[in-house]
Design a protein. Structure first.
Ligand code: PAF
Length: 327
């Protein structure tokens, strides 16, 4: 009886202490991304910032820094997260393998069939394990938001199959799996920070690039690209990352609130991204870009397949199959 009584007192004291600690904690945080305010990354970020402000009664304010304001690309901004100079970052997995190698498993071509498959993997135990792995790199992985399925665009030729794309000089993300996949397919890939891509396309230093519809649209790439082929060669997830320093400096209640809110906004962010894709594609076509819808994806899949073997020392067949067969 005595033990139960003292147990209850201890529990009440802990609750009061956490409550006070949360009530006293105040911070203004910086959330960065490479993309502008109209891109789903930032629409999701705005919702996240609004919810956190509401739910903490204004104690935590998140300021938004779109369009590479805090670094010339996602690699540099991820370094900012590690150092604690940036508090939150929404980024593709592009450069993240250099910080947390296990995340590269999501970068293999034709790994995901469709959005349903994506959600099953990223919202299940595999996704959670990959987010938790970021801890080793002094980063807190909050949730998987979305960039989308990537497609090839260029200035030279209407690409209907992998043969049409041979020899094209394209920009890739700073990602070794992507780089190897494009080399295997017979293109001439160059890794480049995102901040340099528009100018490189404009000056014809490169012929093309590959990204989801929403990125092409928000970056106004119709000004510098003539052909858009729906290759859907790889799914590009976007983890919402937080500086470990900032995360663990918050009281426990706020930590839980950030994780819960990030997961909640993930559902919203993926939905608005997917729902708007077809309308954006139609607008891109209306701007004069030749959109090739019936691409022979099988030709790309076959040409890129050797990349799975090339990284077999890092990613086991069993782990790859666990993703492919997730039902
Ligand atoms: O191509 C990239 O680098 C990324 O997809 C981008 C556009 C920065 C969005 O995460």
């Amino acid at each position: 009886m005595k033990r139960v009584f003292f147990g209850c007192i201890a529990a009440i004291l802990v609750c009061v202490w956490v409550g006070v600690a949360s009530a006293e904690y105040k911070k203004t945080m910086k959330l960065a991304s490479a993309l502008p305010m109209d891109h789903p990354y930032m629409v999701g970020s705005k919702k996240f910032a609004d919810l956190i402000k509401d739910r903490t009664g204004g104690r935590i304010v998140i300021k938004l820094y779109p369009s590479n304001q805090l670094g010339k690309g996602e690699r540099e901004m991820t370094e900012g997260i590690q150092q604690g100079a940036i508090d939150l970052l929404i980024t593709s997995t592009g450069p993240l393998g250099g910080f947390c190698p296990s995340i590269n498993i999501l970068d293999f071509p034709f790994l995901f069939r469709d959005f349903e498959h994506v959600d099953r993997v990223l919202d299940g135990s595999i996704g959670r394990r990959l987010l938790d792995d970021f801890e080793k790199a002094d980063i807190k992985g909050l949730a998987f938001w979305e960039n989308g399925f990537r497609h090839l665009t260029n200035n030279r030729v209407a690409v209907r199959n992998v043969g049409d794309a041979k020899g094209l000089k394209i920009r890739t993300m700073e990602n070794k799996v992507h780089l190897a996949a494009w080399k295997a397919a017979g293109l001439n890939p160059t890794p480049m920070a995102w901040g340099e891509v528009y100018t490189a396309l404009q000056q014809k230093v490169i012929d093309g690039q590959e990204n989801p519809v929403a990125v092409f649209y928000s970056s106004k790439f119709w000004e510098v690209q003539k052909h858009f082929s729906l290759t859907q060669h790889v799914y590009s997830p976007s983890p919402l990352l937080m500086s470990k320093k900032t995360f663990y400096a918050m009281p426990k209640d706020d930590q839980a609130l950030f994780v819960k809110t990030a997961l909640e906004v993930a559902k919203f962010q993926r939905k608005i991204n997917r729902d708007a894709e077809e309308a954006k594609l139609k607008e891109i076509a209306a701007k004069g870009v030749a959109v090739v819808r019936n691409v022979d994806k099988e030709s790309f899949r076959k040409a890129m397949a050797p990349v799975y073997g090339a990284f077999s020392d890092q990613f086991s067949r069993a782990d790859i199959e666990a993703i492919m067969n997730a039902r």
